[in-house]
Design a protein around this ligand. Structure first.
Ligand SMILES: Cc1cc2nc3c(=O)[nH]c(=O)nc-3n(C[C@H](O)[C@H](O)[C@H](O)COP(=O)(O)OP(=O)(O)OC[C@H]3O[C@@H](n4cnc5c(N)ncnc54)[C@H](O)[C@@H]3O)c2cc1C
Length: 535
C-alpha cells in the first residue's frame, strides 16, 4: 500500500459531465488543490470528437463501460445493455449530444420536496452560466459559458415532413425546447461547437489543466472512501494493480455517475445494512436509499420504410453522398456529420399525463438501426422513438460483491407501474397517428417496427417490452432530499458523513423530463457555488 504525499483539499471521483465542470470551478480558486480521479483514459480517439462519432464510440470498450440490467418482466426477460463513458469527459464524451434542460415543473417539484434552492427560477442562472448558445439571445440562454451549444445544422426532407405531419396532427411548432416550454415539435439543440463535440473534458477540464492547483489522474479505479469517525478522509484507489490511499483535507466529492456513485458508497459501508453485512462490509450507515430510486427513460422505436432512398441508411453507403457530407462538415460545419442521437422531436401529452405538462418525448432520425452502434439497415429507414418523461417505476443499483471492479446488479424495474405501461402504448399510438397524416403518409410504405401485425394495446405493450431499451438516462440513486432515506442533503452532503458529497446525475430526486446531460451540468455548476460558499 502506498500513500500519496501530495495534499489535496478536494478529491473528485470521476471526470464525467459533473466532475469536469466541478474541477474547473473549484480549481479557479488558488487556495484549493483539486485532484480528479478517473477510471478511463484521456479522450484522444477521433470518433469522440466528431459529433456523429457517437454511433461508433458507444460500443467501443476502450471508452465505454458496458453494464447489463437484470432481466425483468418489463423487458420480456431481456437484459438491457447500459453503456457509460469510461474516459475523461465521462458519458458526455460518448453521448448523443442532445442538449435540453427538461420541463421547468420538474425542478419546481424537486424544490417542493424540500430541496430548497432547486426550483426552476433558482437553477436557471446556473444553466445560463455554463453555456455559450449559438442562437438568438434570450433570457433562457447563456452567451459566455464554456460549453458550446448549437442549433441543429442538418436539414433533412424526411424530418421536415415529419415536423409538418406532427403539426397536422395537432402539435405546435417549438423552436426552442430550452425556452418557455418543451411542448411541441422542432429541432434539438446539440452540445457541439462549429465542427466538434463540446464535451465536459473539452469545455471545462482541459482549459483548467494549466492551473498548478489542478491534477488529473487517469486509469485509476477508486475502490472506496476512507471514513474515520464518520468523517471522509480520502479514498482508496487502485492503479496498475497497486492500492494507494489519497487524502483530502476538505472534501471527497463523488462524481462517478448514477451507477458507480452508489456502488462506491455501498463499498464504503454506506448503504442497505443487510446487504453490506452479507458481503462482509462493515456498516457505517444503514441507509437503504443508497442505490434506490433508480429512474431511466425507457424508449420504444417505430421504424418505417421510406419509398425513396434518401434515408441516411442509403446516403452513407453512397460514396458520392458520403464525400459531400465530409465536405459539408469541413467547409460549412453543417450536415449529417454534425448530428448525434437525435435530430428533431419534441414533447407531447397523452391522456395518462398526471399534470398539464407533456408526459412523452419524441426522438426522430432519418435513419434506422436495430440499436445505436449497430450497422444501419440496408433499406431506406426512418425512426421516430418515444419515451415517457416521468415514469412511476423505480429500480435499484446494488453491489453483489465486495470486489470494486465487479459490476453491480442493476434492476431498472422498467414498466412495472401501470401508468408507465399505458403511457408507452399511448406514445406509440401517437407516433403512428403522426405517420398517417397527409404530410408524411405518402412518403413510406411499410411499418418495419413494431410492424403491421401489432395492433391492439396488449400487442403494442408486448412489442415495447420485447423491443424497447434505454436512452441512457440513469439517475436518482443517491437521491437528494430532507427525509430519513434521502442519501444527500439539498447541499449535496452525504447524510451522516462529514466531508463527503455526491455531485452527479444520481442526486436527482425525480428524473428530468428530457435528456439528462444538461441538468447534470447544472447540478455541478450549482454544487460548485455551494461548496465554495461553505469552504
Ligand atoms: C450512450 C449515451 C448517450 C447519451 N445521450 C445523451 C444525449 O444525447 N443527451 C443528454 O442530455 N444525455 C445523454 N446521455 C446521458 C448523459 O450523458 C448523462 O446523464 C451524463 O453524462 C451523466 O453525467 P455524470 O457526471 O453523472 O456521469 P458520467 O458522465 O458518466 O461520469 C462518471 C465518470 O466517473 C468515472 N468513474 C466511475 N466510477 C469510478 C471509479 N470507481 N473510479 C474512478 N472513476 C470512476 C467514469 O469513468 C466516468 O468518467 C447519454 C449517455 C450515454 C451513456
Amino acid at each position: 500500500m502506498r500513500s500519496a504525499n501530495t495534499s489535496f483539499t478536494h478529491v473528485i471521483v470521476g471526470a464525467g459531465s459533473a466532475g469536469c465542470l466541478l474541477a474547473n470551478r473549484l480549481s479557479a480558486h488558488p487556495d484549493n488543490h483539486v485532484l480528479v480521479l478517473e477510471a478511463g483514459g484521456w479522450d484522444r480517439d477521433f470518433w469522440l470528437k466528431l459529433p456523429v462519432g457517437y454511433f461508433r464510440s458507444i460500443n467501443n470498450p476502450s471508452v465505454s463501460r458496458h453494464f447489463a440490467t437484470t432481466p425483468g418482466e418489463g423487458t420480456a426477460g431481456r437484459s438491457i445493455d447500459w453503456p457509460r463513458g469510461k474516459v475523461v469527459g465521462g458519458s458526455s464524451s460518448i453521448n448523443g449530444l442532445i442538449f435540453i434542460r427538461g420541463q421547468k415543473d420538474t425542478f419546481d417539484e424537486w424544490a417542493a420536496q424540500g430541496n430548497n434552492g432547486w426550483s426552476f427560477n433558482e437553477v436557471l442562472p446556473y444553466f445560463r452560466r455554463l453555456e455559450s448558445f449559438a442562437g438568438p439571445p434570450s433570457q433562457y440562454h447563456g452567451g459566455h459559458g464554456e460549453l458550446q451549444v448549437s442549433q441543429l445544422r442538418n436539414d433533412h426532407p424526411y424530418c421536415e415532413a415529419w415536423l409538418r405531419s406532427a403539426s397536422q396532427f395537432g402539435l405546435p411548432r417549438n423552436d426552442d425546447f430550452n425556452g418557455v416550454t418543451t411542448h411541441g415539435v422542432g429541432a434539438y439543440h446539440l452540445s457541439i461547437g462549429q465542427r466538434w463535440r463540446s464535451s465536459a473534458a473539452k469545455a471545462f477540464l482541459k482549459p483548467a489543466m494549466k492551473r498548478p492547483n489542478l491534477t488529473v489522474m487517469t486509469n485509476v479505479l477508486v475502490e472506496r472512501i476512507i471514513i474515520n469517525d464518520r468523517q471522509a478522509k480520502g479514498v482508496r484507489l487502485r492503479r496498475d494493480g497497486n492500492a494507494m490511499d489519497i487524502m483530502a483535507s476538505r472534501e471527497v466529492i463523488l462524481c462517478a455517475g448514477a451507477i458507480q456513485s452508489p456502488q462506491i458508497l455501498q463499498l464504503s459501508g454506506v448503504g442497505p445494512g443487510k446487504l453490506l453485512k452479507d458481503l462482509d462490509i462493515p456498516v457505517i450507515i444503514d441507509r437503504p436509499g443508497v442505490g434506490g430510486n433508480l429512474q431511466d427513460h425507457y424508449q420504444m422505436r417505430t421504424i418505417v420504410r421510406m419509398k425513396t432512398g434518401n434515408s441516411l441508411n442509403n446516403q452513407v453507403r453512397n460514396p458520392i453522398s458520403l464525400a459531400k457530407m465530409g465536405l459539408d462538415w469541413a467547409i460549412r460545419g453543417r450536415g449529417a456529420l454534425t448530428v448525434g442521437a437525435g435530430q428533431v422531436g419534441g414533447g407531447a401529452r397523452t391522456e395518462h399525463a398526471p399534470t398539464p405538462a407533456p408526459d412523452i418525448q419524441f426522438n426522430v432520425m432519418p435513419l434506422s438501426v436495430d440499436k445505436p452502434g449497430d450497422p444501419l439497415h440496408r433499406y431506406s429507414g426512418f425512426t421516430a422513438a418515444v419515451w415517457q418523461c416521468h415514469p412511476d417505476s423505480r429500480g435499484r443499483v446494488d453491489i453483489v460483491s465486495n470486489d470494486p471492479a465487479a459490476d453491480p446488479r442493476i434492476d431498472p424495474n422498467y414498466l412495472s407501474a401501470e401508468r408507465d405501461r399505458k403511457t408507452i402504448v399511448a406514445g406509440i399510438k401517437m407516433l403512428r397517428d403522426i405517420y398517417q397524416q397527409a404530410e408524411f403518409r405518402h412518403l413510406w410504405d411499410v411499418e418495419m417496427v413494431p410492424g403491421p401485425d401489432v395492433r391492439t394495446d396488449d400487442e403494442i405493450l408486448d412489442a415495447a417490452r420485447r423491443g424497447g431499451g434505454t436512452v441512457y438516462h440513469c439517475t436518482g440513486t443517491c437521491r437528494m432530499g430532507v427525509d430519513e432515506d434521502a442519501v444527500v442533503t439539498p447541499d449535496l452532503k452525504v447524510r451522516g458523513i462529514d466531508g463527503l458529497r455526491v455531485v452527479d446525475a444520481s442526486v436527482m430526486p425525480v428524473i428530468t423530463s428530457a435528456n439528462t446531460n444538461a441538468p447534470t451540468y447544472m447540478i455541478a455548476e450549482k454544487a460548485a457555488d455551494i461548496i465554495l460558499s461553505q469552504s
